[in-house]
Design a protein around this ligand. Structure first.
Ligand SMILES: [Zn+2]
Length: 443
């Protein structure tokens, strides 16, 4: 009998030894899956941050390197400390809050955004991403979750003035860029000094490929797709590339009273057809590419003179440089046809590729979409038409971006608005995405 009991206990112990860790792991995973941010705390902090540079219209005017920017950073640093992060300012003025992981050999999972605004901007652009990132770090800390990877929250320097902090991080902030006078009146160099950085030591800020496990940024969409389609989360596929040209139609300036209609070489009339053709060609293809003629100048510019010369801008944006090229070819061909019909000549001068497309990482996109689904949220894969620090980070690290709706697609305006529920959804998706990346593919 005793032997039987002994046997039973042995088998039971053996089973326990085998099953218990699995059970505990499952429990641990369950706890992690159920982790949610503190919505009230995040809302209160968003309101408080909006006090720095608050304008009477309800918006925020917090230019990079201004007194308000500097004061708001003291507040941000205090929140990072409250979240259990070790805080420092790097040589580019970026604020970095770090929490160690269990594995010192693993690169950090990095998340954050910016706190500077455009002149008379809103209180969500950038702020949502920064305060949301700190909130995630704080929830992880409060629940004593031990991540394998170190975690880093970054507040980038002067995003609105030209992605200064993130360019320093990928090594493309040139000494020429430091001379540029920012909207605060300070040069970028003086501004970085005012934030406590060291413009002569920028090389130390640079991170190489492999130095960062992942970078994730939450941002308001700044467009109306999510709002109009009633979708909770945008899984950003990439930040679009931007190419610009000057387009010139040359006709013949002549008397508007004496030149019969069939004898004119009206450059502005040709340009008008061109504007319509650009719109048609861009809209006729599947995808979310955009094309714009945003500037037009007719010469000589008098009511009684047929315009002899028109210069216009052409801008094309898409995630694929190939698509931009093929759209441009079609536009060029049609412009040629317009020129022939109107007796004018057309030329295209390439101005610049303002930005190359920056694609997000497929694995991180998948984690974001899975996290949204797990939280019962709808999501949509979409491009970002606006620039973000994430585009610079994508050059050195697997990058992901999470969009939350902007009501009416309004941004860079005091009217910018995202309901708190949407923000909370986006930050919970960020939290779960960080945790998935951390426990994902085991290095
Ligand atoms: Zn922004």
């Amino acid at each position: 009998m005793a032997r039987h009991i002994f046997k039973f206990i042995s088998v039971f112990s053996l089973l326990s030894i085998m099953v218990l860790p699995i059970f505990c792991l499952a429990q641990g995973q369950n706890k992690i899956d159920k982790l949610r941010i503190n919505a009230g705390r995040l809302e209160q902090r968003l309101e408080k941050l909006a006090e720095f540079g608050k304008i009477p219209t309800g918006g925020v005017h917090r230019l990079a390197f201004s007194e308000d920017d500097i004061r708001s950073r003291i507040y941000i640093r205090s929140l990072m400390k409250e979240a259990g992060l070790e805080v420092r300012t790097d040589e580019a003025g970026n604020i970095i809050g770090r929490r160690n992981g269990s594995r010192a050999d693993l690169p950090p999972i990095v998340f954050g955004s910016h706190t500077d605004t455009v002149p008379s901007g809103g209180k969500y652009d950038g702020a949502v991403g920064v305060l949301g990132a700190i909130e995630c770090a704080q929830v992880i800390n409060e629940n004593a979750v031990q991540t394998r990877h170190p975690l880093e929250v970054i507040v980038f320097t002067d995003e609105e003035g030209g992605l200064v902090g993130s360019r320093a991080m990928n090594g493309t902030l040139t000494s020429e860029a430091l001379k540029v006078i920012s909207l605060s009146g300070k040069t970028i160099k003086e501004g970085i000094l005012a934030l406590g950085g060291d413009p002569d030591g920028l090389a130390k800020v640079k991170r190489e490929k492999g130095d960062i496990r992942a970078f994730i940024e939450v941002h308001i969409e700044q467009g109306a797709v999510l709002d109009s389609e009633n979708i909770d989360i945008g899984v950003v596929e990439g930040i679009v590339g931007i190419s610009r040209w000057d387009v010139t139609f040359k006709g013949f300036s002549n008397h508007a009273g004496t030149t019969p209609m069939d004898m004119r070489k009206d450059a502005l009339l040709a340009a008008a057809y061109f504007v319509i053709v650009v719109n048609k060609i861009v809209r006729n293809e599947p995808g979310r590419q955009v094309g714009t003629v945003g500037m037009i100048k007719a010469e000589p510019g008098a009511p009684n003179v047929i315009p002899g010369r028109v210069v216009m801008s052409l801008e094309l944006r898409d995630l694929s440089e190939e698509k931009i090229k093929s759209l441009f070819k079609k536009i060029q061909k049609e412009a040629q046809a317009i020129a022939e019909k109107s007796g004018t000549k057309v030329t295209f001068d390439f101005i610049d590729t303002m930005a190359h497309p920056a694609l997000t990482d497929p694995e991180i996109r998948k984690y974001i979409a899975e996290s949204a689904e797990q939280l019962g949220l709808t999501s949509l894969f979409m491009p970002s038409g606006a620039g973000h620090d994430a585009q610079d980070m994508a050059k050195i690290a697997p990058t992901g971006m999470i969009f939350v709706p902007s009501i009416g697609g309004i941004s860079h305006s005091p009217q910018e608005f995202t309901p708190m529920d949407n923000i909370v959804n986006g930050i919970n998706v960020l939290l779960q995405t960080i945790l998935k990346i951390d426990s994902g593919a085991q290095e």
